[in-house]
Ligand binder design. Structure first.
Ligand code: PEP
Ligand code: MG
Length: 575
């Protein structure tokens, strides 16, 4: 397969629009655009001659609109499941925040603001506060704007912002999607998603993948697509074809039917020639873990423990931690669960360990580095993990985030050993650790590559910034070269090597990662079946050839296209 003539990059120019592929699969159908954003209400106050009764009426309208929106979001959260229910629940809680309603009512009474303007300005204060906190808190600002728009639309009698319901299955085109919007996407009705904003690690991308909806983000010209237009979206290639042929549409519809029947992964990951590739799940809590076990995951490749701590101003007690960890371990009795210690900092600040106002938090004190100033927090966490491990039957592995040097690996492993945790490893997400993997892995029992951060640090492109989405992909041949360097370091030391970043969920990239020396892949459970099917159709030798081929390409698009052109199984699977 690797003769020179066939190593040339395949052509990847297709008619239509292009963007960043974030959720694989193809969807063909009619475009329906998200409704226009809710306009900023007129700042003019209530009429000068308005009476106290008019003011009372305005106050009643504010309170009624807040209640309507809150009840609507709560009802939708109750109907949704998993991540969707969680996101809607958070948005409903924001709508229910009495401070927002109180501030809005105050503005009506004291400044004679109109109901819509009062809500708009009251929400603006909360948005400003969240944005000044930065990091993950700043992301919440979008949820508050979403709540504001829903209340203002109710007050102005405008169509509710959010995903439209035209009564048929459609391709959703939007400028960007709020988390609450993405959470309510129904995979039966939304055939594909195309957005102008967003990035590979944005909410839209993560939720679309979790829901199995093909998605392309950062499509510059997305808003030139109009209602009623027919498109074919390829969430694996990152393309949006306008006016596709009837045969292509029929092929996508047929493949969609086949995909529906192949949802469940039920067994062990293997290449076509029988090489084992463990297929694991990424989880953040007991509920995720139970869903992952239900989806057939072989174990957990990344338990993001910091998610149990988010929103806390003080460290949870050891008992609280033990309870949270046991829930995850209990879902995978007798099987492997990789518990990652606290990855605080940057987009996940935790007030009890992360320093305030760092000039550049992504390069600052995050991950294991927080343990330098707060060794007692890591110590208590390892105590809790050890207790949870002793109480459950799962095979517990522990790993540290943001390792940069062999010394850091060595001291973390020693600390784990002090707590009786014998299988201790590291995440490889810093280029220095990837290049130095032969030394890092001499000190650790295993490693798992965090491709989200490895890409961010290799490309010097903040993973939260959608303008940089085209840089932020693990298909960058330079990122793949670092995965290869890590694979060599792991092989030299005979250590298992996982990938637990979003790249592991890409069924096209999976054989490349295996070819680079990766022995397990950890992903959102929804991706397990597709990744398993592609690996089962590809031999180890082909994986190595695909890895070689990808590394020869100058750009991510060329690498992806070259690999796709060698994997006919993708068309069969409708990917
Ligand atoms: C990663 O960086 O790829 C990773 C898995 O960790 P997180 O996304 O939690 O930073
Ligand atoms: Mg990371």
């Amino acid at each position: 397969m690797a003769d020179d003539a066939t190593l040339a990059p395949a052509s990847h120019t297709l008619p239509g629009l292009t963007g960043v592929p974030v959720s694989p699969g193809r969807g063909a159908g009619t475009v329906v655009r998200m409704p226009d954003p809710v306009p900023e209400p007129d700042p003019a106050p209530l009429a000068a001659d308005s009476t106290d009764a008019d003011v009372d009426l305005a106050v009643t309208q504010v309170l009624a609109a807040v209640t309507t929106v809150q009840e609507d979001l709560t009802a939708r959260a109750a109907r949704a499941e998993g991540t969707a229910a969680e996101v809607l629940g958070v948005t409903a809680a924001m709508a229910a925040d009495p401070a927002l309603a109180r501030d809005a009512v105050g503005r009506v009474r004291e400044q004679r603001a109109t109901p819509a303007r009062a809500v708009w300005d009251a929400a603006g204060v909360v948005v400003g506060q969240l944005e000044s906190l930065g990091g993950l808190m700043a992301e919440r600002a979008r949820d508050v704007r979403d709540v504001r728009d829903r209340i203002v639309a109710t007050l102005l009698g405008l169509p509710a912002p959010g995903v439209p319901d035209p009564g048929f299955a459609f391709v959703l085109v939007a400028d960007d999607l709020a988390p609450a919007d993405t959470a309510q996407l129904d995979p039966e009705r939304v055939l594909a998603v195309v957005t102008r904003g967003g990035g590979p690690t944005s909410h839209t991308a993560i939720l679309a993948r979790a829901l199995g909806i093909p998605a392309v983000v950062a499509v510059e010209d997305a808003l030139t697509l109009h209602d009623g237009e027919m498109v074919l979206v390829d969430g694996g290639l990152g393309t949006v074809e306008r006016d596709p042929s009837a045969e292509d549409v029929a092929a996508v519809v047929a493949a969609r039917g086949a995909r529906g029947e192949r949802r469940r992964f039920d067994g062990e990951g293997r290449t076509a020639d029988g090489r084992r590739v463990e297929l694991l799940a990424n989880v953040a809590n007991g509920e995720d873990a139970r869903a992952a076990a239900e989806a057939g995951a072989e174990g957990v490749g990344l338990f993001r423990t910091e998610v149990c701590f988010l929103g806390r101003t003080v460290e949870p007690t050891i008992d609280e931690q033990v309870a949270a960890y046991r829930e995850v371990l209990a879902a995978f009795g007798g099987r492997k669960v990789v518990v990652r210690t606290l990855d605080a900092g940057a987009d996940k600040p935790l007030p009890f360990v992360t320093p305030e106002a760092e000039p550049n938090p992504a390069l600052g004190v995050r991950g294991l580095r927080t343990a330098r100033r707060h060794p007692e927090v890591l110590d208590r966490q390892l105590t809790a993990i050890a207790r949870a491990a002793a109480a459950e039957s799962a095979d517990v592995w522990v790993m540290a985030p943001m390792i940069a040097t062999p010394d850091e690996a060595e001291s973390f492993v020693a600390l784990c050993a002090d707590h009786g945790l014998g299988t201790a490893g590291v995440m490889i997400e810093v280029p220095a650790a990837a290049l130095g993997a032969r030394w890092v892995l001499a000190k650790a029992s295993f490693a798992s590559i965090g491709t989200n951060d490895l890409t961010q640090y290799t490309m010097a492109a903040d993973r939260e910034v959608s303008d940089l989405a085209r840089l932020s992909t693990a298909w960058q041949p330079t990122v793949l070269a670092l995965v290869g360097a890590t694979g060599s370091g792991a092989a030299l030391n005979g250590r298992p090597l996982g990938v637990c970043g979003e790249a592991a969920a890409d069924p096209v990239l999976a054989p490349v990662l295996v070819g680079l020396g990766v022995t397990s892949l950890s992903m959102t459970p929804r991706a397990l079946a597709d990744v398993a099917a592609v690996l089962a159709a590809t031999t180890s030798e082909q994986c190595e050839e695909l890895a070689f081929l990808a590394l020869q390409q100058p750009t991510p698009d060329a690498a992806r296209a070259a690999v796709r052109s060698r994997l006919p199984i993708l068309a069969e699977l409708g990917l």
